[in-house]
Design a protein around this ligand. Structure first.
Ligand SMILES: [Ca+2]
Ligand SMILES: [Ca+2]
Length: 483
């Protein structure tokens, strides 16, 4: 219990004297009732004091006492639930809510599963302290960007479940109009699975109803952007550069997720599903992953920007660490399209040049199938690994050139060596044998240097190994080994 302060004492005293009415009210009881319907500002709540017979109506409102206090968020604030479930209902309808009042200040509102709350048309500020949408619940945004309108919810909490099957997620939808975007502002704290729904077609006609989220988005979980018909007619735009959301953004088929700045992505990872489109207008530097389905209709709009991600998954493949231009990404991608003239840097992907080489020629970094090291993809007698080691196209029609020249006492053996393979740690060993028997191969006396007369290129250098000639016959070979 708190004591009243000096002005409170004075007001309370004056109020009681008013009820006493100079003796005319003598004998009456004055009951003080604390009204919870009093206005609330921010986290400051207050009770208005009134008397049981409403004598204040005859009195001076200015001296009516108020008891105010500071609340901690979500403490001492009543929870009010949407009770009119199923069809869309208005928050301004008293019958929608468990306290039988239109949405008002000083309460936390909850839209449970099967709840479908329509935001107000025009610009509005949701009056409650917070608005929570639970799994299976829906909140429709109906402010129109064309008219400069904004729906503001100071604290929108999306508490979805863990799936996108019916009832498993919280939903925010673009609620009205055609050829426009509905606009949400305020803050949006996410947890669990959320779907942001836009509408491409309705009843067979294009209505192109997009959604713009200006809200500061925070929290974790998963936020999926999905156009109802997957026709690619709408965009879900995230505009707040201060977003801190640390979950996963997901773009469904025929849907478009646009981040107006790199900051708008927050700390989230991005997954572009088959047929989805993502766009970031800025240099996105992330420690999270970008996952892109290698499927037709999938689009990644890099624009003129440079992005950095921990890992870049293209289909099932994690691209090796490195810097990829949009053009290079389009070579690696069978179906997904990267657009613009920027680049994506992969910081933490697999790091071997051999993996990248396999990916480039065989579509996979994996040492298996047609890309396996010991496989001879083009049947020219050279294994894929030897093709890599000697800087060849494993699908081409070239053969590595090995030459053995010279005479007693020194033979000269020349061979091509991929600089990239050396940087990868691959070991090249020139060795000799007089019998070809297992265990007879030796490197004794071998010196292996760059062929200064014919050094090759920056990608494939020509090596010259001097090998001691034997007394009778001598065989020389190149052995390549992975690190
Ligand atoms: Ca071959
Ligand atoms: Ca070859």
């Amino acid at each position: 219990m708190r004591s009243t302060d000096a002005s409170g004492d004075s007001n309370l005293s004056a109020y009681l004297n008013e009820q006493y009415a100079g003796g005319a009210g003598a004998g009456k009881y004055v009951f003080l009732r604390l009204s919870t319907d009093a206005a609330q500002t921010g986290s400051s709540s207050r009770y208005l004091v009134t008397s049981v017979d409403g004598a204040i109506a005859e009195g001076d409102e200015s001296i009516r006492p108020q008891i105010s206090y500071l609340t901690t968020a979500n403490v001492f604030i009543p929870d009010i639930a949407l009770i009119d479930l199923g069809g869309p209902v208005e928050g301004t309808d008293a019958s929608s809510w468990s306290d039988s009042l239109p949405a008002h200040a000083g309460a936390n509102y909850v839209v449970p599963g099967s709840g479908n709350l329509r935001g107000e048309t025009g610009s509005s500020i949701f009056p409650g302290y917070s608005l929570t949408v639970e799994a299976g619940g829906r909140f429709q945004i109906r402010a129109k960007d064309l008219d400069g309108e904004v729906t503001t919810v100071e604290r929108l909490l999306l508490n979805g479940g863990n799936s996108y099957s019916a009832g498993g997620f919280a939903e925010v939808t673009a609620g009205t109009g055609s050829d426009l975007a509905n606009v949400l502002d305020g803050t949006l704290m996410n947890s669990g699975y959320t779907r942001l729904t836009t509408f491409g077609n309705a009843g067979g006609n294009a209505i192109s109803r997009s959604l713009t989220v200006q809200s500061l988005v925070s929290g974790t979980g998963r936020i999926q952007v999905r156009e109802n018909t997957g026709s690619g007619l709408t965009t879900a735009t995230m505009t707040n550069a201060g977003n801190t959301f640390a979950g996963d953004w997901e773009v469904e088929s025929g849907s478009h997720l646009l981040f107006a700045s790199a900051g708008a992505v927050g700390a989230g990872a991005i997954e572009v599903k088959a047929g989805g489109k993502v766009e970031i207008v800025g240099d996105w530097a992330s420690t999270e992953n970008l996952t892109v389905a290698d499927a037709s209709g999938t689009e990644v709009v890099v624009g003129s920007h440079d992005w950095t991600v921990a890992e870049l998954f293209l289909g099932e493949e994690s691209l090796p660490a490195g810097v990829y231009t949009v053009a290079e990404l389009n070579v690696l991608s069978a179906n997904a399209v990267f657009s613009g003239n920027g680049s994506i840097t992969v910081a933490d992907g697999p790091t071997t040049a051999l993996g990248l080489w396999r990916l480039f020629y065989f579509g996979s970094t994996a040492n298996m199938g047609v890309g396996a090291d010991e496989f001879d993809a083009n049947g020219d007698g050279e294994s894929n690994l030897l093709e890599f080691a000697t800087g060849q196209n494993p699908n081409g029609n070239t053969l590595a050139v090995f030459e053995l020249t010279g005479d007693l006492p020194i033979l000269e053996f020349s061979y091509p060596r991929s600089v990239e393979a050396v940087e990868d740690g691959m070991v090249f060993v020139v060795e000799w044998s007089d019998t070809l028997l297992p265990g007879s191969w030796s490197t004794a006396g071998v010196a292996d240097v760059l062929n200064s007369m014919n050094p090759g290129t920056s990608e494939v250098e020509n090596r010259l190994a001097s090998v001691p000639a034997g007394s009778d016959r001598r065989f020389v070979r190149l052995r390549v080994e992975l690190p």
